[in-house]
Structures are given as structure tokens and as C-alpha cells.
Design a protein. Structure first.
Length: 259
């Protein structure tokens, strides 16, 4: 599903590329798929926007999602894309929790999964690549069963001074379903569901059986040839997304998964 971009509502300004159905079809024909079974994935549609923790007073950020099939009892990995809007590099601890769907959440499903000592750099417009972002792989415990519809929440702690952590947003989805431009957030002990602060995209998340993988070079050629199918819509511009969309389109595409 490809969703139309709405203009960013925060102070960061971007040129945004919307991935067209032509591109998705071309990638599918090129055999652009990972060796993993993918139940949900929107990590290939980086909008250039993110949802900060501190700036919004959030202790947790996530989304209500629907899997391509369910319930799922063999998922091995979950992925969340974190961003750093701060000026320094450092580390942080990340945790991921799952909840039954509710109003907005029900009972927690299993125990929270943690990854300690995640490294992240600040965004640097002079360096091509996903500086200021890191895709964290949470290894899920065996025996965890997730229903077809659930809520995930990612939290951070023990961050190095100078980090300004956020969850990156995706404007599109390859596998699974969600409600466009919404999130579920945690403030203290209270959960809230609604529109994202920027009004553009959903938090980045993937759920798989097996690791996400990088496509073969021949696939990049197919993908590059299909970039003419991208519909570029200019909004309020700024350095970050300009650099990302011109010099990092292949980095974004490496996370796109088509089933």
C-alpha cells in the first residue's frame, strides 16, 4: 500500500519522495525479497520525519499494526528504526513490548525484549548514508505468540548525554497494515493513540522469521531503472531529506521488502 504524503508539521523541512506502484512492481519482478518470512514491514519507506521522545514527553513510541497473517508463533526478529536529532554520538538501551489491541492497548504479551548499548551517531549532511539512524534488531524469545493485530511500544533508557532520540517514520508499507499517519505513545503509565506529531507516516517497524537481507547488485540496477516511477513532491525543503533522497535512495530501498 502506498500512502500519499502530507506536508511535515514540525520544524524539519524536507524534499520527500513517494514510492510509486511502478517501483514496487519493478522490485517484485526483480526478485527483491529477503530470505525471511515477513509478517509486517514498513522500513523501506523512510519519510525523513521522526517522533522524538524528550521533545514530546514520551516514554514509549509505537503503533497498532496488523500482520499479513496471524496469529504468529514463529517470529524471530522485530526491528525498530531509531533516530538521533542531537549533536553528539553515543549509546542507549532500547526495549520493545507487545500488547493486545485495546483502547488503545490491552494486556501485555510476554515480556519486554531489550537491546543494550546501541550505538548511534548524529545526522551529518556531509556524509552519504543513514547517519543519525540505526535499525535495531530485537531477538524475540521462542514461544512468543502474537495475534494478527497488536500494539508495539519501543522505549529508550540510559542514553548518552547529547543524544536526542526518536523513532523514525515511514510513509508507506510493504507488508501488513496500519492506520495511516497514526501512532500509539506512552507518557508515564498512560497510553494514547492518535495522529503522529508531524501528521506524516507511522513509526518504522518490521516483524520477521529470519533476518532482513540486502538484495543482489542486479536488483539494484532494476531498482535504479525504475526510479523514474517515483513521484517527487516538493514541500518545505531542508538539507536532511535532500541529502537522503539524492544520495541515499539505495539505502532506503535496501529495507524495502515486497511479498
Amino acid at each position: 500500500m502506498v500512502r500519499k504524503m502530507r506536508g511535515p508539521a514540525n520544524g524539519r523541512k524536507f524534499i520527500t519522495a513517494r514510492v510509486s506502484i511502478v517501483l514496487i512492481a519493478a522490485l517484485a519482478l526483480a526478485g527483491f525479497a529477503s530470505g525471511a518470512t515477513i509478517y509486517y514491514d514498513n522500513t523501506g519507506f523512510d519519510s525523513g520525519n521522526d517522533i522524538p521522545y524528550v521533545g514530546n514527553g514520551y516514554s514509549g513510541i509505537g503503533d497498532a499494526v496488523g500482520l499479513s497473517t496471524g496469529p504468529v508463533s514463529d517470529a524471530t526478529d522485530a526491528y525498530v528504526m531509531f533516530a538521533n536529532n542531537g549533536s553528539g554520538s553515543g549509546t542507549f538501551d532500547a526495549s520493545l513490548s507487545f500488547y493486545q489491541s485495546g483502547s488503545p492497548v490491552g494486556l501485555q504479551i510476554g515480556n519486554s525484549v531489550t537491546v543494550d548499548g546501541v550505538s548511534i551517531t548524529p545526522f551529518d549532511v556531509s556524509i552519504a548514508g543513514d547517519t543519525g539512524e540505526t535499525l535495531v534488531d530485537f531477538a524475540l524469545p521462542s514461544g512468543l505468540t502474537l495475534p494478527q493485530n497488536f500494539v508495539w511500544i519501543a522505549s529508550v533508557s540510559n542514553a548518552t548525554d547529547g543524544l536526542d532520540l526518536a523513532v523514525e517514520q515511514a510513509e508507506g508499507i510493504a507488508v501488513g497494515s496500519n492506520t495511516a499517519d497514526t501512532d500509539v505513545t506512552l507518557t508515564g503509565s498512560s497510553f494514547t493513540a492518535g495522529s503522529t506529531p508531524t501528521g506524516t507516516g507511522n513509526p518504522m517497524f518490521a516483524l520477521t522469521n529470519g533476518p532482513l537481507s540486502t538484495p543482489e547488485p542486479s536488483t539494484w540496477l532494476m531498482a535504479g531503472a525504475s526510479l523514474a516511477g517515483l513521484a517527487i513532491r516538493k514541500g518545505r525543503t531542508g538539507q536532511r531529506n535532500l541529502i537522503k533522497r539524492v544520495s541515499e535512495s539505495s539505502a532506503d530501498l535496501s529495507r524495502l521488502r515486497v511479498m
